[in-house]
Design a protein around this ligand. Structure first.
Ligand code: MOS
Length: 727
């Protein structure tokens, strides 16, 4: 049954990360590490949640040591077209922590010291902060957010078993290891930035619009990103303010956010309040699925955490109601945070299914199989590939699900209560068009360049493989360049789209380069391949050869040397499949958790996590599995640790440091057993690979929550599950 063996593995895999050596030796440079001879910008944040700034007295600050410029809404340059960012264009304050000034000084310390000397006066207005107190004011979003199928009333009337519950997840804030960071340098009306980003093209476009200059005047570089899970997919105020500061101070400016500045100005995962109603027949068939989710939205922009959306496609049911509502608050903007929608939605929905399974006295896996969606329930399209059944089977077997005691609180080891739980994981698959260049170099190596970026996930590694596979060569001989907006354009690294977008582009560019090389050989009287048809030639381990007679071949470097010793280049743009509107593509998985809960203290220890994923072709075992493990670890965080606490009066996040904003540390992370089915999805993408970045977090927190219930008999529906809730 193991599907892995029925399919060819992708040809060549690097067994180490392409840039591993550079990273462990500290040679890989991140955005803030490039220029030392720079001034330093420091963002000053509002201390009120709502109102207007009436004055900023900068006399004392301007005289402070090392100060070069102070930019406030009263003197800031007027910018052109902007996204939803606060960049000193007006005096309105919409949340506590909003950027309201930038101090530029010779050193960061001097900038921070001078910032303290600014005397800022506000006219405060009543603020909306407390979500729970204002939940009654929830309104429908301006756009979309709801769908309905079948006849919900009739389906409900037929049901024998109904569960109806409310689940909640808290606000979370992005905290990649590297905070947002920019170095901006102007040369006339040309702008260069090093920027920590998930999308160099997006940064280039946003800066060109903000400063009303042509896109070609902006050069963005980001060779390495120290993690980005959605926050670096948007161009926030810090990047634009760095460029503004460099313009005003007339010198290069470095602007790096402090850890505490990650809580507000660069977005958050909004909270969710999820009302779920499931109605089923006695045999477990879902008749009605209803999922209504409410989240906060900022007054800056209506960004919705679409927690109920995944419910439209996960399981079959006769009828369905899905809706979203929003509560306007004086908080920073919501944004994409790893598996936006799926991560939060699976917490509510996969626990609701567990509750239904118990009430029906049906095994939780069995309940999911009974309602398995053979086609996309939204429009009836076939899946390009779906092997979720195998995920359940493989993960259940590796986990030992058969040893589970369905009755909660029955499995004890000393004073530890042991519980098992599971959930389905899912995330959509999409890709964007990308262009790439590949060159055969005179020194025998191959260059692959593409305007994408590596968040630390393995993009360099899989691109070296993509070029090597197209050319049948050793991936260690491929030099990959990315993170530079001068390279052929590619999309942002978000929504788990990168691998599926960039690998085909590099593959196709390599094929084009090979064709150019073949054309060179057939036209060269000195080549043993002279006079052949270029289409009949192929490459292998540094040789160009005739496919019908492989012994007729020539060394590629010899051919290039004889023909001017110049690189031989191919370029390509990978387009999306023309029939892409006729099928649905989605990634799937099954995640199982074992927890031990201390019977006295109620301390929860996650003991084991076992996940099996159907993500199409696993392009690289090490980097791919690593991404899934990272997502699963974040799932532990969602389940047990992570929560931004907002002061209900002042509207500031009170735990804006790693001391108080808890994330799992190594001691919290158990053995994680990750396997991938590795069944290619060639309909979606010529490499057969779907996204892998986000799916790991989905389902994990629910599996842990379900395991805690199985251990203790206590159902916690508001996350994170801290031990006080288990008392
Ligand atoms: Mo992901 S939330 O699109 O970086």
């Amino acid at each position: 049954m193991n599907a892995t063996h029925d399919h060819q593995q992708s040809a060549q895999q690097l067994d180490h990360r392409y840039e591993a050596r550079l990273k462990v030796t500290g040679t890989a440079k991140y955005a803030a590490e490039f220029q030392n001879d720079v001034a330093h910008g420091y963002i000053v944040q509002s201390t009120i949640p709502a109102g207007t700034i009436t004055s900023i007295d900068q006399a004392a600050a301007a005289k402070a040591s090392g100060v070069l410029a102070i930019i406030t809404p009263f003197n800031a340059p007027k910018l052109g077209e902007l996204g939803n960012v606060n960049v000193l264009q007006n005096t309105t304050v919409l949340y506590n922590g909003q950027p309201i000034a930038v101090v530029v000084a010779r050193s960061l310390l001097e900038a921070q010291q001078a910032a303290k000397l600014l005397r800022i006066e506000y006219k405060q207005q009543p603020a909306k902060i407390d979500f729970n107190a204002l939940a009654d004011e929830a309104r429908p979003p301006k756009r979309g957010g709801s769908s309905r199928r079948g006849d919900p009333e009739a389906s409900l009337a037929k049901a024998t078993t109904v569960i109806e519950q409310t689940y909640s997840t808290p606000i979370q804030n992005h905290n990649p290891m590297e905070p947002h960071a920019t170095i901006a340098t102007w040369d006339g009306d040309k702008l260069h930035v090093f920027d920590a980003t998930q999308g160099i093209t997006g940064v280039k476009q946003a800066l060109a619009r903000a400063f009303s200059i042509p896109q070609d005047n902006v050069h963005v570089q980001c060779p390495y990103t120290g993690g980005g899970f959605g926050c670096k997919g948007y161009v926030w105020s810090n990047t634009i303010l760095a460029a503004m500061a460099a313009k005003v101070a007339q010198r290069p400016v470095k602007l790096v956010l402090g850890r505490e500045q990650m809580f507000g100005p660069v977005g958050s995962r909004p909270n969710t309040l999820q009302h779920i109603k499931l109605a089923a027949s006695a045999d477990g068939k879902l008749l009605l699925q209803q999922h209504d989710s409410t989240c906060y939205v900022s007054f800056i922009s209506e960004w919705i955490e679409s927690a109920a959306n995944p419910t439209t496609l996960l399981y079959d049911s006769e009828s369905l109601i899905v809706s979203h509502r929003v509560v306007d608050l004086n908080l920073g903007m919501g944004t994409w945070q790893r598996a936006p929608g799926e991560a939060t939605g699976s917490v509510g929905f996969e626990i609701a299914l567990d509750e239904l399974a118990e009430k029906l006295n049906i095994d939780p896996i069995q309940l999911r199989l009974i309602n398995y969606a053979e086609k996309d329930p939204r429009q009836g399209h076939p899946w390009s590939s779906k092997h979720l059944r195998e995920c359940y089977t493989q993960a259940a077997e590796r986990f030992g699900w058969s040893k589970r005691t369905p009755q909660p609180g029955q499995h004890r080891e000393g004073n530890k209560l042991i519980g098992y739980g599971m959930a389905t994981a899912n995330y959509g698959a999409s890709r964007s068009p990308s262009s790439a260049v590949v060159r055969f170099l005179p020194n025998g190596r191959v260059f692959a360049g593409i305007g994408t970026q590596d968040l630390g996930t393995g993009t360099y590694t899989i691109l070296a493989q993509a070029a090597a596979n197209a050319l049948s060569m050793d991936p260690n001989l491929v030099d990959v360049q990315l993170g530079d907006s001068a390279l052929p354009r590619s999309g942002g690294s978000g929504g788990s789209t990168t691998a599926a977008s960039v690998c085909p582009a590099v593959h196709d560019a390599a094929i084009q380069a090979k064709l150019k090389l073949a054309q060179l050989a057939v036209a060269d009287a000195a080549s043993p391949l002279h006079g052949s048809n270029p289409e009949d030639l192929d490459t292998r381990s540094g040789q160009l050869f005739l496919k019908s007679s492989p012994d007729r071949s020539e060394n590629i470097t010899t051919l290039i040397a004889r023909n001017g010793n110049n690189p031989v280049e191919g370029t390509a743009t990978s387009e999306l499949p023309k029939d892409r509107d006729t099928f649905s593509s989605h990634s799937w998985g099954a995640i199982f958790a074992e927890v031990a809960v201390d019977a006295d203290t109620r301390m929860v220890k996650v003991r084991r996590l076992v996940g099996t994923y159907d993500i199409g072709t696993l392009i690289n075992q090490k980097t791919g599995t690593n991404q899934l493990i990272g997502g699963v670890v974040w799932g532990i965080s969602m389940a047990l640790h992570e929560e931004a606490v907002i002061d209900p009066i002042h509207g500031r996040t009170v735990n804006e440091s790693f001391a108080e904003y808890h994330v799992p540390v190594n001691a919290d992370v158990p053995e994680i057993d990750i396997t991938c089915l590795n069944i290619p999805d060639y309909k979606f993408n010529p490499l057969g690979s779907r996204g892998i970045g986000e799916i790991g977090i989905t389902g994990t927190a629910a599996a842990i929550g379900n395991a805690i219930y199985n251990a203790t008999g206590k159902r916690v529906r508001n996350f994170p599950i801290t031990l006080d809730k288990l008392m």
